[in-house]
Write a protein that binds this ligand. Structure first.
Ligand code: SF4
Length: 316
């Protein structure tokens, strides 16, 4: 695999005889330690508020009728996310931030709602982040958007652009023309949490949204988890039972031994998906050198090599 470097204790890339998992390490970590066609439908629903029965907001799992193939439409899934009120603590926090605003954005109307995923519905690469930033996606309504110049959105989009998954290297506003190709960005939690720390209960409560979104992304082959919380949320999801049952349903996956999070560590899972760990591109990590541009490039080179092995000659 191009860009694949096997290092240290992970030197033995091999398939576990019982679980079918394979593990390897990408690159050389320097320290241990809504695009395309979907964007239009997302944007059209972004400023609406759909009331549920008796005026109650829709919550996680209330998704309306399925399509002919048994799955929900991505637009319906996103509307259910936007309407969700299942976590009172997070909803209060997001609404409070949207009212108070940061001085630099005082003339803007904050989104202040749960944030759906963004990208190419035919994506083979899925990125899972932690949660919207209080003055980033909670302000703009698009994941990894509006975190400021050189913030996490720009850092991530720069890497995706260099790897050919994004048409530009920045992510500033929902109308900035950014589109993703063959990639989709979701999050473990859809509401900005205080101190960027959702509770375990809030993560679990929000998983049905990721589940439903993944069921609308049947082509996903590689999952890049941005941080340990996203990594663990994905594992919790694929391990669990009772998914939404769409054509992308790959639940009930055996995870023994349990895959461990590490930057650049690759796990080939029995469900056919490859899970790659990546440090979260927060300023805390990028400003301290915990995560460098090269380290992130190595992750996406590895993802690209998994999707399009040189010998396969695939062109998308
Ligand atoms: S965090 Fe998720 S489950 Fe909780 S209110 Fe927000 S969208 Fe709903």
């Amino acid at each position: 695999m191009q860009g694949l470097v096997i290092r240290g204790p992970e030197r033995q890339e091999g398939r576990d005889g019982q679980t079918g998992q394979r593990r390897s390490v990408l690159g050389t970590p320097e320290r241990s330690a809504h695009g395309s066609s979907e964007r239009a439908s997302w944007a059209s629903g972004a400023r609406t508020r759909r009331e549920g029965v008796n005026g109650a907001r829709a919550s996680a799992g209330e998704l309306g009728p399925r399509g002919p193939d048994g799955s929900w439409r991505l637009a319906d899934v996103h509307q259910a996310i936007i309407d969700c009120e299942a976590c009172p603590r997070l909803r209060r926090y997001c609404a409070g931030i949207a009212r108070a605003k940061r001085r630099a954005y005082r003339d803007e109307i904050y989104w202040g709602r749960p944030v759906p995923g963004f990208g190419d519905p035919r994506a083979r690469l899925l990125l899972i982040g932690l949660a919207p930033a209080a003055h980033g996606a909670n302000r703009t309504g698009r994941v990894f958007t509006g975190d400021g110049i050189g913030g996490s959105g720009d850092f991530l989009m720069g890497a995706l652009h260099r790897a050919g998954f994004a048409n530009k290297p920045t992510s500033r506003t929902p109308s900035d023309g950014l589109t993703l190709r063959d990639a989709f960005i979701a999050a473990a939690v859809r509401c900005a949490p205080p101190d960027n720390k959702p509770s375990p209960q809030e993560i679990t409560r929000c998983l049905p949204h990721l589940d439903a979104e993944m069921n609308c992304l049947p082509e996903v082959r590689v999952v890049v988890a941005l941080g340990k919380i996203a990594f663990d949320a994905y594992l919790q999801l694929v391990k669990g039972h009772g998914g939404h049952g769409g054509h992308g349903d790959r639940r009930g996956v055996s995870l023994r031994p349990r895959p461990l999070f590490g930057h650049g560590v690759v796990h080939h899972l029995p469900n056919g998906q490859t899970l790659i760990g990546c440090y979260h591109p927060s300023r805390q990590n990028t400003n301290t050198g915990t995560l460098t541009a090269k380290m992130m490039d190595d992750v996406f080179k590895g993802a690209r090599a998994c999707l399009d092995p040189p010998s396969a000659g695939l062109v998308r």
